[in-house]
Design a protein around this ligand. Structure first.
Ligand code: ADP
Length: 558
């Protein structure tokens, strides 16, 4: 015998509550706590990224300035002194340092000398650049000579490299390039006023070599350690002319878009802005993604919670309905037990007194007592069966059975009662029926329950029909009446335990609400199904369909 775990209602309710409400609620709480932590963490990461970006830009600017000083230093030191300076000597210097585009020197006593890289003078843009710069430098030096000298002396006296820079745009067609001009003091010729020298960086060199190389090396040295461990994302850098958004130069990781952090360069490259952003994403979209996933998870959990509450509500509602049905059941059963018992007692007492006039009377009383005790037995059998089923202990004894004979015999023992109730009885049992493996007693009880219902619920037109026939793979047993019928919406419910239709016609009839639930249980245990077709006021037809090749286990319980 297979022992099955029996779920009582309370266990089910508690489990539903735990699974459907407590679990999602707990998940929600844990999720919210984790989210709060991760919001904190994410904010920290975001702030850390920002902070690191500022840091990286500051360090990069420093590197670029140092590099600019490194490039200017040899030129400055090899600059011909004022008394030897001539276009040829400046050409030699330009030859030596390809990153210099123009050289300039000015002494108030000797005047100004300006020299551009001759090899490029065939390029119209470059020539225009040289001409304009020559004019600009001469004018600037004349006006600001004293200021320049003072500023350079100050830098020197503070222990700093005596070089300052000035940035400007140069035109290339309709686009701009950037040029930085380094201004410095040349070695002093005794008896003369100081000479100011200047070197203009080659704009193409800055755009094509200096900045790309600097940006990449800054990314390598600073960014790799500073950033990737915190956000896990890479970043890209670019440099652009202040006021313009197009990059002048970018690192390999730059993928376009709006920079996260910018820094206006000061020392060597004033007029330029250094910018940085995450590669492939932005801090804002990182935040949005985080918010989106939070919302998604939250809504999924809320749906779960709502479903759980709905499920619990349904369960509680079902439990309440069941409790109501149970209390009805107790009063119905007590009523059903009391009636036959008082009848039996009344007739037995009368018989005991021995005052009956005829032998027929005695016979009549004995038969009433027998019938009432049969009714009692049937009711108690139903209740016992029901309690076995509820406890999961119901066992069936399946045996090869001549189903036609079983039905005929069962009806025979009931025929007298049927006819006594004034019922027109029609029995139709097919001849060619196969034998089935069934529990005789259980199937007989199912049939009696259906017949009994037909008798109980037919007040006006008293007709009972029983048909047994083969239909494809099953044998069908039909019990037909022309009684009160069942409304369509009640038909699925009548097979539930304790369920009785809330109708005065039903209410006045004795019953426990167990019969059909037992029938369904028994039939299903045989691998079959019970169904009903009914119309209120016209009657009902209950059909039990039992499979011919039933594969049921010989002693299974269900
Ligand atoms: P009961 O002991 O109340 O008859 P059942 O489980 O046998 O319990 O039936 C459940 C309900 O189904 C009945 O209360 C009745 O309302 C309805 N019912 C069952 N059989 C019939 C029928 N033949 N005609 C009309 N209603 C029926």
């Amino acid at each position: 015998m297979k022992k099955r775990w029996h779920w009582n209602e309370r266990t089910r309710l508690v489990l539903t509550l735990e699974l459907a409400v407590v679990l999602p609620a707990a998940a929600l709480i844990i999720f919210m706590a984790l989210r709060l932590k991760s919001i904190q963490r994410d904010r920290q990461v975001e702030a850390a990224i920002q902070r690191d970006f500022y840091e990286v830009l500051a360090i990069s600017e420093k590197h670029m300035s140092e590099k600019a000083f490194e490039l200017v230093d040899p030129v400055r030191h090899q600059f011909p002194p004022a008394n030897q300076a001539c276009p040829e000597s400046l050409d030699g210097l330009l030859e030596q340092y390809p990153y210099a585009a123009h050289l300039f020197l000015y002494n108030p006593d000797r005047g100004a000398i300006f020299r551009s890289r001759q090899a490029r003078m065939r390029e119209p843009d470059f020539r225009t650049e040289g001409d304009e710069l020559a004019k600009m430098m001469a004018g600037w030096a004349k006006i600001d000579y004293d200021y320049m000298v003072k500023k350079l002396h100050e830098l020197d006296s503070k222990g700093k490299t005596p070089v300052f820079y000035d940035g400007s745009h140069v035109s290339r067609g309709d686009r701009h390039l950037y040029q930085s001009i380094a201004v410095f003091l040349l070695p002093h010729t005794p008896g003369e006023r100081p000479t100011v020298g200047a070197m203009a960086f080659d704009a193409e060199y800055l755009r094509d070599r200096f900045f790309p190389e600097m940006l990449s090396s800054c990314m390598r040295s600073n960014f790799a350690e500073a950033k990737s461990d915190k956000s896990g994302s890479r970043a890209g850098m670019m440099v652009h002319i202040r006021g313009e958004s197009d990059p002048l130069a970018t690192s390999a990781e730059w993928d376009g878009g709006t920079p996260e952090v910018e820094r206006n360069l000061e020392t060597a490259f004033s007029g330029l802005t250094l910018a940085i952003k995450l590669h492939g994403t932005t801090l804002a979209s990182l935040g949005q993604r985080f918010i989106r996933t939070s919302f998604l998870i939250l809504s999924a959990l809320s749906v779960l919670l709502a479903a759980g509450i709905l499920l619990t509500y349904r369960n509680v509602w079902k439990e309440m309905a069941l409790a109501r049905l149970k209390s009805d059941f107790v009063s119905n059963v007590s009523h059903e037990l009391r009636t036959p018992l008082s009848l039996i007692r009344l007739y037995a007492e009368t018989l005991e007194m021995g005052r009956l006039s005829s032998r027929e009377k005695y016979q009549q009383y004995y038969s009433i007592i027998r019938k009432e005790s049969e009714r009692l037995t049937a009711l108690i059998n139903n209740i016992l069966d029901f309690s076995r089923i509820e406890a999961g202990r119901k066992e069936y004894d399946f045996r090869e059975t001549d189903i036609a004979e079983l039905v005929r015999n069962t009806l025979e023992s009931y025929r007298y009662q049927i006819e006594q109730h004034g019922f027109a009885f029609q029995e139709s049992i097919a001849d060619d029926l196969p034998s089935l493996r069934v529990d005789r007693e259980a199937i007989a009880r199912s049939l009696l329950n259906l017949v009994n219902n037909a008798l109980k619920y037919s007040q006006i037109e008293k007709f009972l029909g029983v048909k047994l026939y083969r239909d494809n793979g099953s044998v069908k047993l039909e019990v037909i009446d022309h009684g009160i019928g069942i409304p369509p919406n009640e038909q699925p419910k009548i097979f539930e335990k304790f369920y009785r239709i809330c109708d005065p016609l039903v209410h006045n009839t004795k019953g426990s609400g167990l019969g059909l639930s037992l029938v369904r249980h028994i039939v299903r245990a045989h691998g079959g199904e019970v169904s009903v077709e009914s119309a209120p006021g016209k009657g009902s037809k209950f059909t039990i369909a039992l499979p011919v090749n039933s594969a049921v286990d010989g002693a299974s319980s269900s």
